[in-house]
Design a protein around this ligand. Structure first.
Ligand SMILES: NC(=O)c1ccc[n+]([C@@H]2O[C@H](COP(=O)([O-])OP(=O)(O)OC[C@H]3O[C@@H](n4cnc5c(N)ncnc54)[C@H](O)[C@@H]3O)[C@@H](O)[C@H]2O)c1
Ligand SMILES: *[C@@H]1O[C@H](CO)[C@@H](O)[C@H](O)[C@H]1NC(C)=O
Ligand SMILES: *[C@@H]1O[C@H](CO)[C@@H](O)[C@H](O)[C@H]1NC(C)=O
Ligand SMILES: *[C@@H]1O[C@H](CO)[C@@H](O)[C@H](O)[C@H]1NC(C)=O
Length: 418
């Protein structure tokens, strides 16, 4: 901001300072009338400057022309909602690495400002990355963001995303998933933003009888999280029928892992541990933050009785977004499962986690958790054929080793790296 103010003042004063004697014609002679005129201009400039500083101080809405408000050929400006979160921050890192321009909008209800700081440190150049603190439920704020920035594409990650929590607090899910997606879509339509990549989930399929899950598998979600995401998809698809927006809907399976170079990790709020996902729970147990790992449900109709899931590494997932962005076509919609195509049981996962952390984690077996389903894994054929994408980080233990390295060196998440 400081730098911006400096430039702005410099630019504002330029016409007054550079040519004080437009008619002097190179002569040394200074007419006293012109001299007082000159003093007057200096006083005027000072007064204007003071006024400007006052304006800048009083109005947070005032900004100097920013590269984010302009379209530059060859630069794709991507709005990443939820970019302070786990997946969003990894996606922003990749987009920046690929020379895109990135705007992150997040209200930090779940994400980490520390992740944004890491990205800012890696890409400090003017016009690469900006962070805007805003709530997507605030349609006025969202509209303002769209009117002040020239986005080429939106990747909409922001959401609340815990199946268990959604069964306890469904309205939070319909509000922060479905309703907020509508707000984003309306803003995109109003401001002519042409490309949308939407974060959906395998939870929209519910518990299908036939595995693996293809994109044709009927969507019958069984918890508010899956239903809220399915409703968002429906809103997007209905809107799309009458527009030439380029839409890609990616249905992720279970996301694990973190940046192989150790710059980013997954750091949910401590109060969400209760609802947390399995990898976080494993690491917490390995670090002794929790006494052990609770495996919920051992009587599912699976080989070892524990749930079966398809674990997709975040690096692969982010790569799928990049391919989707590249292949998005106006007026077309693409819906893709993003998974490895291979199911692994919770027991297998726990064994891999023990090996990755080197800790003999204590495991408690408990009754089923509401809203969970026995077996879910993807058929990733469509995304391979159409987007030339396949999962590459398919070694569970290796993905967990990478994530564990970050966890071990960031005991307090992004709070205080040690
Ligand atoms: N993690 C998974 O296994 C998984 C699986 C399938 C789909 N998804 C989807 O991927 C997306 C990202 O998930 P994640 O795991 O990174 O979650 P996350 O909680 O780490 O990130 C979500 C981000 O959205 C932000 N956010 C939430 N509500 C907001 C609001 N109203 N305004 C502004 N920002 C808001 C949060 O602050 C957070 O930074 C979600 O849409 C989720 O449903 C995740
Ligand atoms: C984030 O947005 C939600 C609404 O979606 C709101 O209830 C919450 O208070 C906001 N959190 C912060 C920290 O602003
Ligand atoms: C989601 O929305 C509800 C309002 O329904 C709000 O109370 C809550 O704080 C929001 N949650 C998050 C995590 O943003
Ligand atoms: C598919 O992707 C691989 C790299 O992942 C690349 O080597 C190959 O050329 C791509 N094929 C096509 C048809 O684009």
């Amino acid at each position: 901001m400081k730098a911006k103010i400096k430039y702005w003042i410099r630019d504002a004063m330029r016409p007054l300072i550079i040519r004080p004697y437009p008619n002097a014609g190179g002569m040394d002679y200074v007419d006293p009338k012109k001299k007082s005129n000159f003093v007057g201009k200096i006083v005027l400039a000072a007064a204007l400057t003071a006024l400007c500083i006052l304006m800048l101080k009083q109005s947070s809405t005032f900004r100097s022309p920013s590269p984010f408000s302009q379209r530059d050929t060859g630069v794709t400006h991507v709005l990443v909602t939820g970019g302070a979160g786990y997946i969003g921050s990894h996606a922003a890192l990749r987009l920046l690495k690929d020379s895109h321009r990135v705007t992150i909008v997040d209200n930090l209800s779940r994400g980490n400002i520390g992740a944004v700081r890491v990205l800012e440190t890696l890409f400090p150049q003017h016009g690469r990355l900006q962070f805007i603190y805003a709530d997507l439920g605030d349609a006025k704020a969202v509209n303002k963001i769209f009117s002040e920035n020239a986005f080429d594409a939106v990747i909409h990650f922001a959401a609340v995303a815990y199946v268990g929590e959604s069964t306890l607090d469904p309205l939070k899910y319909y509000h922060n998933i479905t309703s907020n997606t509508l707000v984003v879509l309306e803003a995109m339509a109003a401001h002519g933003v042409q490309t949308l990549i939407y974060s959906s989930t395998c939870a929209t399929y519910g518990e299908p009888e036939k595995m693996p899950i293809t994109e044709q598998t009927p969507q019958l979600p069984i918890n508010p999280y899956g239903k809220a995401k399915k409703m968002s998809e429906d809103i997007i698809l209905d809107f799309h029928k009458n527009s030439d927006m380029a839409v890609m809907i990616l249905r992720y399976f279970n996301v694990i892992g973190s940046d192989p170079e150790g710059r980013l990790g997954e750091a949910p709020r401590p109060e969400l541990r209760e609802h947390g996902r399995i990898s976080g729970a494993c690491f917490d147990a390995a670090r002794g933050i929790t006494p052990g790992l609770k495996v919920r449900g051992t009587d599912y109709k699976t080989a070892d009785g524990t749930c079966i899931r398809d674990y997709i590494d975040v690096s692969d997932l982010v790569d799928a977004h990049v391919r989707a962005l590249e292949k998005a076509k106006p007026g077309k919609v693409g819906i893709y499962n993003v998974g490895t195509g291979k199911g692994r049981s919770v027991n297998e996962f726990v064994e891999a986690c023990k090996k990755a952390t080197g800790v003999e984690i204590k495991v408690d077996f408990l009754p089923r958790r509401p809203g969970d389903y026995a077996e879910v894994f993807s058929d990733p054929t469509k995304i391979r054929d159409e987007l030339n994408w396949t999962a590459r980080y398919t070694n569970l233990q290796e993905s967990l080793e990478i994530a564990w390295r970050w966890q071990k060196s960031h005991r307090d998440g992004y709070g205080s790296p040690s």
